[in-house]
Structures are given as C-alpha cells and as structure tokens.
Design a protein around this ligand. Structure first.
Ligand SMILES: Nc1ncnc2c1ncn2[C@@H]1O[C@H](COP(=O)(O)OP(=O)(O)OP(=O)(O)O)[C@@H](O)[C@H]1O
Ligand SMILES: [Mg+2]
Length: 249
C-alpha cells in the first residue's frame, strides 16, 4: 500500500483537483484507491459529488468511529473518506501531546486492501498537515508554474527537510507542475528551473490550465467522466501511470 499526501501550503495550486483525478485515474488503471479528504472545506468529497456527510475522518481521528463505517464507495475502485463536519476541531486539538500528530498514521495502519491511499491536504501546516506528513510515505506537491510558486516551493522543501530531521521520517517527494500555460515563456522558464533545482523529483507530465478541470467538480464528476477525451484526462492518466511506475525526471 502506498500512502501519498497531496500537499502544499499555498492555496489554489491544484491539490484537490489532483487528488480527485489521480484517485480516479489510478482506479481506472485497476488499482484500489482510498481517497481521504483531510481538508475541512470538503472539496475532495464535493469533487466526487459527496456533500454534507454526517461523519467522516473527524470521527475516526477522534476515536469515535471506524474507518470502515465512514468510507463511501464513490467510483468503481475508489472509496472516499469525507472530512465530516468537525474536522477543523481536530486541527485545533490541544490535548494529546505528540500522539496528536500520529492519528492518521495509526488509522491507516489498520488498512490492508488498498493499493493507494491519496490524502488531500488543507492549505495550511497545522496539526492536520502534520498528520499527513507522519501518515504518508510519499508527498505529491503540486506547484503552479509561476515565479512566486517557485519561491514557495523552495521554502516548503526546506521546511519539510527540517521537519523530517526532527521526526526521523523521510518521504519520497514528487513535484507536479499544475495550471501550466505552455505558451508563456515565463512558465517554460519556471519549469526548467524547478527541474534544475529538484532533479529526479519532477513528474514528466505537467497539467495544463484547462477550463474543463475547473468545471468538472461542479457536476461532481472527475475529468474522466466530464471530458474523457480531453488533454486534461490524458495528462492525469499519464500522471497515474508515472506514479505507479515511479517515474520522474
Ligand atoms: N489545471 C487546471 N486548469 C484550470 N483550473 C484548475 C486547474 N487545476 C485546478 N484548477 C482550478 O483552480 C482552483 C483551485 O484548485 P484546487 O481546489 O484543486 O486547488 P487546491 O490547492 O486544492 O486549493 P486549496 O488550497 O484551497 O485546497 C479550482 O477552481 C480548480 O478547479
Ligand atoms: Mg484543496
């Protein structure tokens, strides 16, 4: 089982879009996927058409429900764990000491039927982010192809290094360029820089800016349902295959 957290403190870079479409893409390649919505906003759940679930990950992390009770089958091969209405309370937990950071890790240790667990992180580095970091062996970091994103990425990588030195746990990191605008020279330059700074960690297929990716969640559909023949569907399909094979450049 591979646990991959889709993480970046920067908001709106395509974490949820990637978590949803990658989860479905992996399932379409025959893998069994558990998609976890670690963001109290619940956008991953909404992307699969799930709204207002009464309980979810909040209850599991608080020890009030089993994962098996709150998981919902959303597609062939994909189960979803919605955040539940009280996940932001977990983010603010003050009791529990160091163990608070390991709640997700301990929950995932009970699983054995999944090939992939994809965790959609919130755009913050609080306790929920810490749970993702301690629960995942791999981090998928979407970055948009502009200069400030590059600055943010360098800071994030440095922060992760420090945290990992503290916790003694290392993660494999995958960088995914999202919202890529290939016609802009600036975007090309930033892509080259990211590849030069982080060799061997950048996934080969960037996800281009595309209206279909913005529209599909409003229908509760993934790109494979909304526009199966689009370039975006091809990109997320290629991304799923690259991740399955462990390919980066
Ligand atoms: N490749 C893309 N092309 C066009 N629009 C995109 C693309 N990727 C994401 N978007 C849109 O950008 C917005 C932000 O994307 P998304 O919600 O996936 O980002 P996020 O990193 O999860 O945001 P947050 O930090 O708020 O959780 C959404 O409206 C989404 O539909
Ligand atoms: Mg999101």
């Amino acid at each position: 089982m591979r646990v991959i957290a889709v993480m970046n403190q920067k908001g709106g870079v395509g974490k949820t879009t990637t978590a949803a479409n990658l989860s479905h893409g992996l399932a379409l390649e025959g893998r069994r996927v558990l998609a976890i919505d670690l963001d109290p906003q619940g956008h991953l759940a909404a992307s699969f058409g799930v709204h207002g679930a009464e309980q979810g990950l909040d209850a599991v992390l608080r020890g009030e429900a089993d994962l098996d009770v709150v998981r919902i089958k959303v597609r062939e091969g994909v189960d979803l764990v919605p955040p539940g209405p009280r996940l932001n309370e977990v983010d603010g937990l003050t009791e529990g000491g160091v163990a608070r950071g390991w709640l997700l890790h301990n929950t995932l240790a009970q699983l054995d039927d999944e090939d992939f667990v994809i965790v959609d992180c919130p755009p913050s580095s609080g306790l929920l982010g810490m749970n993702a970091l301690l629960g995942a062996e791999e981090l998928l970091i979407p970055v948009s192809g502009d200069y400030l994103a590059l600055v943010g990425l360098s800071k994030l990588m440095a922060l992760l290094k420090r945290l990992e030195a503290k916790t003694g746990r290392e993660t494999r990191k995958w960088i995914l360029i999202t919202r890529f605008q290939e016609r802009r020279r600036h975007a090309q330059e930033v892509r080259e820089k990211i590849r030069a700074y982080f060799p061997g960690q950048v996934l080969g297929t960037p996800v281009r800016e595309a209206v279909a990716l913005t529209e599909s969640p409003s229908f509760g559909k993934t790109i494979f349902e909304y526009r199966p023949n689009s370039r975006s569907a091809d990109e997320y399909r290629a991304l799923a295959v690259d991740l399955m094979n462990g390919w980066a450049c």
